[in-house]
Design a protein around this ligand. Structure first.
Ligand SMILES: [Zn+2]
Length: 222
């Protein structure tokens, strides 16, 4: 298990938030008034090593076409991470495990995605002026793998596919693809996650409002 953000990164975070408030609106994370829970990011595979990772943003196999993370790791705030582990274990009886594409995402990466996405496709990426639930460590992108083969299953669309096939209520594809998508959603909803309206793979944890927008690199999360 890889705990938490120590004292020094929190100081850096506060400095970053102050800097963001003073600078141009998009020069740093948006300043949000109010009190937030102390970040407690945990590494998912540290809680359960049978969760698989396919961190596409650490590879060129993503919509940007080049790596935007230097490390293939996935973190969530502790209550969300523990809920995800429960969903993973509940799926075992259906013959599936969770394969995670992305969890906590530093704000500067959200800004990069926005800048690189054509205007017509921006419904699929978060506006950096508002930040993303990924930036709060409370959103996760994931799919299922087959326990028997260890391989990622087919869903009605590919991950990060910016088409109507990505909608969680898309009625096309095969019956098997839709059944797997719906099994993933049901397992996640039982543990306090909600699916994004246009991305079957993206789930938000119910407590996301309680956590601040972060811009810590993965190397600072220890
Ligand atoms: Zn997402």
């Amino acid at each position: 298990m890889r705990p938490v953000i120590g004292r020094l990164p929190v100081v850096l975070l506060l400095a970053a938030l102050v800097a963001g408030a003073c600078a141009h609106a998009l020069a740093g994370p948006p300043h949000e008034p109010g009190r937030f829970r102390a970040p407690d990011l945990v590494e998912l595979v540290g809680l359960d090593p049978t969760i698989k990772l396919d961190v596409r943003y650490a590879t060129s196999h993503n919509f940007v076409g080049r790596p935007v993370y230097s490390e293939a790791r996935a973190f969530l705030q502790r209550p969300a991470a523990e809920a995800l582990v429960r969903a993973h274990r509940a799926l075992r009886e259906k013959g599936y495990g969770l394969i995670v594409f992305d969890g906590y995402r530093p704000w500067s990466v959200t800004k990069l995605f926005w800048d690189l996405t054509p205007r017509a496709k921006r419904a699929f990426v978060a506006d950096p002026r508002k930040g993303s639930k990924h930036n709060r460590g409370c959103a996760v992108d994931l799919s299922l793998y087959d326990l028997a083969t260890g391989r990622e299953v087919e869903m009605p669309s590919a991950y990060d596919e910016m088409t109507p096939r990505a909608y969680p209520d898309y009625a096309g594809g095969t019956a098997e693809q839709r059944a797997r998508r719906d099994a993933l959603r049901a397992a996640m909803e039982r543990e306090g996650f909600t699916v994004e309206p246009n991305e079957w793979w993206h789930f938000n944890y119910r407590d996301w409002r309680q956590y601040p927008i972060l811009d810590l690199p993965f190397s600072s999360v220890h």
